[in-house]
Design a protein around this ligand. Structure first.
Ligand code: GLU
Length: 295
């Protein structure tokens, strides 16, 4: 079954190449359209798999999160970027075919739904609410919500945020959790975490809250050396997924297969070691038994 599909898609790719100039569209209709096929055909690839076959994939990533997704000039780097490269390679395309598109937390679902991006790899927590709009491969990492405070702060838990100014990002799970569970906190919202960090450095807020792994990246930046500390008591689970169109289960399953292979062949560990692992934290185990979210 799978052999058949691979053979068929390979043949289709060759056909597309050889017939590129004539514009014929008699091979099942996936062709060169928007790529957001309905997935009803059972031989021709659609969605992300088809996009990868065309050689280009638009991947939504963060641009201001050190170690995870950070843009310098036109280049992006970080663990999420390495995940994008692993997936592109697993889908049989060149790394150079990845087009990174900066996303912020609030536009991840809309960007997927509107086709602005094909995938989102952007510290993106898998949850049921988001699953009503998008599909998720993964998780490829599990973070936890935490607090970043000035080194001399006495805040050690979210219960102590009453009357305190705490900064987070619109459309994020940490912001929602503060709104729902810690109503006494004065929540300041920006579109990106780097703006919260600037506010914390300037003394305009008492704490920043998001995933521990994101906060650790800021705390370790040279310009903030000695200024901030991560409290270190995570109070949620944030399983990071790879978001894609809700109707693209075939590509979702394929990405999970790629993640499984990356765990087995060392490329997942290398992705960590070359980015977040540089601080000395050993690579986590990618628990392949949990790659069960594709719907
Ligand atoms: N993982 C959380 C989320 O997806 C927080 C990090 C972020 O906003 O990117 O909302």
């Amino acid at each position: 079954m799978r052999m058949t599909r691979v053979a068929a898609t390979a043949a289709a790719a060759v056909l597309a190449l050889t017939m590129a100039a004539c514009g014929s569209d008699d091979d099942g209709g996936t062709g060169t359209g928007s790529g957001t096929g309905t997935g009803t055909g059972d031989t021709a690839a659609t969605g992300v798999i088809a996009k990868a076959q065309s050689g280009t994939l638009k991947v939504g990533v963060k641009a201001d999160q050190p170690g995870l997704g950070l843009q310098t000039g036109t280049a992006y780097e970080g663990f999420d970027i390495e995940m994008a490269k692993i997936i592109a390679k697993g889908l049989g395309m060149q790394e150079s075919g990845i087009q990174y598109v900066t996303t912020v937390s609030a536009n991840r679902e809309p960007y997927i739904q509107q086709g602005t991006v094909d995938l989102v790899i952007a510290t993106y927590t898998i949850n049921d609410e988001r699953k009503t709009k998008v599909n998720f491969a993964g998780p490829y990492f599990v973070a936890g919500q935490d607090l970043l405070v000035p080194t001399d702060s006495t805040i050690t838990a979210p219960e102590q945020l009453d009357g305190k100014k705490v900064c987070s990002v619109t459309g994020s799970t940490p912001a929602k959790r503060i709104q729902e569970n810690y109503k006494g906190a004065q929540l300041q919202l920006f579109d990106a975490y780097s703006k919260c960090i600037t506010a914390l450095a300037g003394g305009q807020v008492d704490a920043v809250t998001t995933d521990d792994i994101i906060l650790a990246g800021y705390a370790s930046q040279q310009q903030f050396a000695g200024k901030f500390k991560v409290v270190g008591k995570p109070f949620s689970e944030e399983p990071y997924g790879i978001g894609l169109a809700k109707d693209d289960k075939a590509s979702c399953d394929k990405i999970n297969e790629i993640l499984k292979a990356a765990a087995a062949d060392g490329s997942y560990k290398a992705a960590w070691d070359n980015t977040l692992g540089k601080s000395g934290t050993p690579a986590p185990e990618l628990d392949t038994s949990k790659l069960t979210n594709c719907a």
